[in-house]
Structures are given as C-alpha cells and as structure tokens.
Design a protein. Sequence first.
Length: 374
Amino acid sequence: MSEFDPQKTAKQHRARASAALEIGRHARAEESARAALSCSPRDVEALIFLARALMAQGRYEEALREAHCAVEFAPADGYAHYILGFVLQISGSPLEAVIALQEAVRLSPWATRYASRLAIALCDLGQRDEARAHIQSVHPEATEDALLADECTRIYASLKDPETAEKFARRGVFLRPDDASTHWRLAWLLSTQRRFDEAAQSARVALGIDPNSWIAWEELGYALLERRSDLGAEAALAEALRLRPTLRTAAHNLVLLYRRQGRLVRAERLCSEVLERDKDNEKLRKTLGEIQIERKRQADERRHRRLSFAAGLLGALLSALTSLSRAGLVLAWVIAGVFLVLCVRAWREREPEDNEPPPRIDWGVIDGLIEDKT
C-alpha cells in the first residue's frame, strides 16, 4: 500500500482547479481548490485558484478572504497581490485595489496584465493621468493579446479617447474572431458612442458565436431599446434576465421599456420579481415606488373620470326634466345619451393585467430590425 503524499495530492487537485477555471467550470474549480487546501492549508496557488473561482461566482467577500490569506502566506508573490487587487476592484473598493495592484506591479514589473488592471482601478478613482501612463506601457503586448486589448478598450473609453478605444476593440476582434466576448466588447464601446446600429450588429455576431452570452443579449437589448425597436428589445432583455436573473442593468432597461409603453403592471411585477432575488438593489426599489405612485395616480384619474361622467349624466337628466321647450328637451336627452356612453366606457375601463409572457426570440425579426436602419 503506497504512502499518502499530501503535496503530490494537492498538486493534482491544483491542476484540476486550473483546468476547470480555464473552461469556466467555477464550481468545480472551487471544489478542487478546497481539496488541495485540505491537503496543504498554506498552498498559495490553491488559495489563488479558490479566490478566482469564488470571484467568478460573485462571492466577493469569500474571495477577498482567500486572497488576503494568499498575500499573508506569500507577501512577495506579485500574482497574489494582483488577485487581491482584482477582487477589491470589482467588489467596489478602488482605493484599496490600487494599493494592492501597485504592490503587484512593483513585485512583477514585467507583468503587463497587472499594469492594465492597475490602470482600470486608477480610472475608477478618477486618476486619469496616472492611468494613461500605466496603460501606455501595455500597448506593445496589447496588439497581440486579446485580453490586454480588451482592458485597453475599457481604459481608453474611461479616458474619453474613443478612437484609441475602438482601435483596441477591433484589434481584439481581429485576434479572436471566434470569441463572443471580443464582439461584445466592441458592441459595448459602440453603444457608449451612441452608435446603436453598429452596436446591435456586433452584439448579434457575438450571439451567433455564443447564444448563451447574457452580456451580449443585454447589449443587443439596450441598442434596440435606444433605437425604439421595442419588440426586439423586450425579447433580448428578457433573454438576458433568463440567463442571469440578477442582472441589474437588464432589469432596469426592461422596466424602462415597460414604463415607456405605459405597461405599469408589467413594470411593477418585474421590479418585485427582481427585488426578491436582489434585495439590495436600491435603484430598482426607488423605481418600484415611483411606479406604484404612478399607478395610484392613474387609478385616481379613472375614478375622477367616472364621477365626472356620472355628474354630467345626472345634470343632463335634470335638464331634460326641467326643460320648458321641445328643442331644449331633445338637446338635453342627446347630451344625456352622450354622457351615458361615456359613463359606461369609464366604468368598464380597467388597468390591463398584461400577463402575456415576453416575446420569443425571432432571429428573422431581430435581424430585420438591425438591418432596417443600417
């Protein structure tokens, strides 16, 4: 019987975690990283893999804890500081992220990805000159690395340099034409420039590569929403929410669409459904309150119309009863008839239930919407 070797077993689990991260199997990566740590609790590489897996699942507090452990066990490891800075940045702590990423760059000055991530964090803090200085050092490698090209696109968009941003976005598409994310990034950039026709086309290309790309569905929905192509926008945004139910921007845009169409029941229902899953979404909670006030106002208006028409009918009937001439009597009865019709219509007026499911994806219709204005 062979003797158990914890280091060898940990290495095997680390290899599985790394492979799972590469193909996006984040839950499997978490499982393998934890197995490695059970064999070797101070294994920095396993801690980093675990932090990455947790971060990809949106579990930022847990990821932050593991990243701090990695830095504590290996304070001279630039990659550990980079992962810590990355988690801090996406979890909304840009100042702490900059400190961690500066340390990563100091320890590993040759790692261009660390410099590009630092530039993004600096942009978040509004330190644009410093961000530009760091990202310019990345240019030579970014022309051959699609991920770096993507980060350059983000940074130059933040720096209000759309021409340079577009150059890198199109370079990313050139480097990885079969990668949905590069086409989505170009769509996102074009949307920021309000070039919605081109944005919709790029998002459509991304979805042709990966029909489950929720972020491309969201971008397509936003572009169609801005172009007032409501049917396609509703279908695309609903699909984005189906794939990622907690997607805040898609929920906000779909609520905006329903409000614009006057479909307040549908808008309120969607707000309530999203808030059940995302209780900290204060923006949507505020929107829900506005919708409820608007619905109450409309209900009050319907009630006032009913009372007004009823009062008009009563007045016409009283005029008919007190009329002293044949012409006056006929006129009063005609007016009473008009008010009777209006009364009946007002009493029958109800707020629509709007229970129909969102429209199904019809590529023929959506492609037609994209082509109509291009």
